[in-house]
Ligand binder design. Structure first.
Ligand code: SF4
Length: 231
């Protein structure tokens, strides 16, 4: 049974990659930028986060020492495009306090933690939820942690793997229990899911042009059970 699930997931990945190409995530110049980007993109499109990152770069603030020395009030105006910028400036400061207190601002020290310990510590930082923590673990620290987002849960349900929308933990467990423990695969699979959710499996899904409408002879359950039309 596990082999069947693994084969299905690997085929889904293959079809997505054939359609979208390797996504080359995370889009950042450094691992530290990944961390700040993961906070800035909370609840907004990546475009907003990207503009906020540019604002930090223009002010020479996208490096640990500079961000650690500045107050949240100084950071907030620079990240306005990310919306909720006062709250996000506080979250960045909360992370910086943790980063220096625990690891002296050194990513290699932080990355030497065990994934389970670091995940627990990140989740204890005010303002970091599961998705943000897991993005940091996978894309900044190179740890084998599968990232789940709203698209992942929606697609798992629509596709028919779960009868109702799974929790974060259920969705994550499904991937990690059935896929090889492969950081590169985790990296690009999540990115492919985001692309599918963004462009095809939207609120009103474009099933007629979906690369995973049929996988290994099985049809996506949504296409069987729901009368819908393409946008
Ligand atoms: S076939 Fe439709 S519902 Fe199923 S994954 Fe593709 S876009 Fe989403």
């Amino acid at each position: 049974m596990r082999d069947k699930k693994r084969d299905e997931l690997l085929e889904i990945y293959r079809l997505l990659r054939n359609r979208f190409g390797h996504r080359n995530w995370w889009p950042a110049d450094s691992s530290f930028e990944v961390i700040i980007g993961a906070i800035l993109t909370q609840n907004v499109a990546w475009n907003n986060a990207s503009k906020a990152i540019d604002g930090l770069k223009r002010a020479n603030m996208l490096e640990p020492l500079a961000l650690n020395e500045r107050a949240a009030e100084e950071i907030a105006p620079l990240i306005k495009p990310s919306r909720f910028y006062n709250m996000k400036a506080m979250k960045i400061k909360n992370f910086m306090d943790f980063y220096y207190r625990e690891y002296g601002g050194d990513l290699s020290v932080m990355s030497a933690e065990s994934p389970a310990v670091l995940r627990k510590k990140l989740l204890a930082v005010k303002g970091l939820g599961q998705e943000t923590a897991d993005c940091i673990l996978l894309y900044a620290c190179g740890m084998p942690i599968f990232v789940v987002d709203a698209y992942t849960k929606r697609i798992l349900q629509r596709y028919g793997i779960f009868k109702k929308e799974p929790s974060y933990e259920e969705a994550q467990r499904y991937f990690t229990e059935n896929l090889p423990r492969d950081i590169e695969l985790y990296n690009d699979f999540h990115a492919q899911i985001v692309q599918l959710g963004n462009c095809v499996c939207k609120t009103r899904p474009l099933c007629g042009s979906c690369p995973i409408a049929a996988v290994n002879g099985s049809k996506c359950r949504f296409t069987i059970t729901t009368v819908h039309r393409s946008e």
